[in-house]
Design a protein around this ligand. Structure first.
Ligand code: GDP
Length: 366
């Protein structure tokens, strides 16, 4: 991974490494690069590019990832210079989303985002080539025709996917109405990538998971029934896609429908990696995305996870307290999805919230 000139790039490189691992890469080496402005041809200086090439050869790396967005020309030049595939953060995130998309709709959304990303690059590359061929008097050359063709094909594919998405969305709206009629209390897990959402999800549903996976099989989130003891009422818990710093805006839009799951929930469990020194910034990043998708007014419980891995100096004095977030007091519970510590307390708090909601519902009935 390469991060250029940005302050605090150690943390950013670490996150790029985390994203890479999430996508299934093994990180061989991290390279930071201090420069005031990116090099137009190679993004980094040619000395740095040579250093990266040597490191890649020494470590047996087969691909280079950049933390910042590369122009199509930079990407191509770098690939030529380094002799291996070069990708940037946006492509990496697209890959992760593609791997994680489970539903038909999710897959369509990723494909749409990918094609839209491709088409902007193609347009840029095309105009660049046009300028070039114009310069040497080769207007309408074979390269241009090919790119024009590619562009039309991508345009057609985008149109087809959009049409299919409209159909899928209609089906989904019907399913949501059916779900509302069932009157289940719904809880969504949100949180920064790697906070432990999936682990917590599994830890919470393992004890008494109903085999109800099929129920919401077309939604892009995994949803299971959650048993909370005598409270009795049906509660469903959903695991959502991970939130990431500076999620590219195109992707936020593309996934608005998937993330919409969070808006529809009665309660959000905001999972935080309490052992990560950067957890404050990660909370802020998640709050930012929630705001972007209009889910910032859904009640939240902060679940400070990885209690077992917290530094002894920063261990909490009490297992549960109230934390002020954006001026709102929020319940905070410390747990470890790994060891199970604190989970009974979290379950009790959930049962209490569900009971409170049922109470209000009854009060509202005439
Ligand atoms: P997600 O990206 O938020 O779904 O996070 P995951 O559930 O995939 O967990 C990310 C990493 O953190 C995995 O390596 C987990 O094993 C680890 N992890 C999750 N919960 C805990 C915990 O309570 N303690 C420790 N030490 N590690 C945890």
């Amino acid at each position: 991974g390469v991060d250029l000139g940005a302050p605090n790039f150690d943390g950013k490189l670490e996150e790029l490494g985390l994203l890479a691992k999430t996508a299934g890469y093994e990180v061989a080496e991290r390279v930071a690069c201090k420069r005031r402005a990116p090099d137009p041809a190679l993004f980094v200086g040619s000395g740095k590019a040579d250093e990266i090439k040597m490191l890649a050869q020494a470590t047996g790396a087969t691909e280079v990832l950049f933390d910042q967005a590369l122009s199509p020309a930079q990407q191509r030049n770098l690939e030529r210079h380094l002799g291996m595939p070069v990708n940037d953060r946006i492509l990496l995130i697209l890959e992760i989303f593609a791997q994680r998309a489970r539903s038909h709709e999710g897959k369509l959304q990723v494909e749409l985002a990918r094609l839209q990303y491709l088409s902007t690059r193609l347009v840029r590359r095309w105009s660049h080539l046009e300028r070039q061929s114009g310069g040497i008097g080769m207007r309408g050359g074979p390269g241009e025709t090919q790119i024009e063709l590619d562009r039309r094909m991508i345009g057609d594919a985008i149109k087809r996917i959009k049409e299919r998405l409209v159909k899928v969305k209609k089906q989904r709206a019907t399913q949501r109405r059916q779900r509302e009629r069932r009157d289940a209390f719904t809880i969504s897990l949100v949180g920064y990538t790697n906070a432990g959402k999936s682990s917590l999800f599994n830890a919470l549903v393992k004890a008494r998971a109903y085999a109800a996976d099929q129920l919401f099989a077309t939604l892009d989130t995994t949803t299971r029934q959650l048993y909370l003891g005598e409270a009795g009422r049906s509660v469903s818990l959903s695991d959502t896609v991970g939130f990431i710093r500076n999620l590219p805006h195109g992707l936020v839009d593309a996934f608005a429908a998937t993330l919409q799951e969070s808006i529809d929930a009665d309660l959000l469990l905001h999972v935080v990696d309490a052992s990560n020194p950067a957890y404050t910034e990660q909370i802020a990043a998640v709050q930012g995305v929630l705001k972007d998708i209009g889910a910032d007014d859904v009640p939240q419980i902060l679940v400070f996870n990885k209690l077992d891995a917290m530094h002894p100096d920063s261990l909490p004095l009490v297992p549960q307290d109230v934390m002020e977030l954006d001026g709102e007091p929020m319940d905070r519970v410390y747990v470890s999805a790994l060891t199970g510590e604190g989970l009974p307390r979290l379950r009790a708090l959930l049962a209490q919230r569900v009971a409170e909601r049922s109470g209000t519902d009854e009060d509202n009935t005439p």
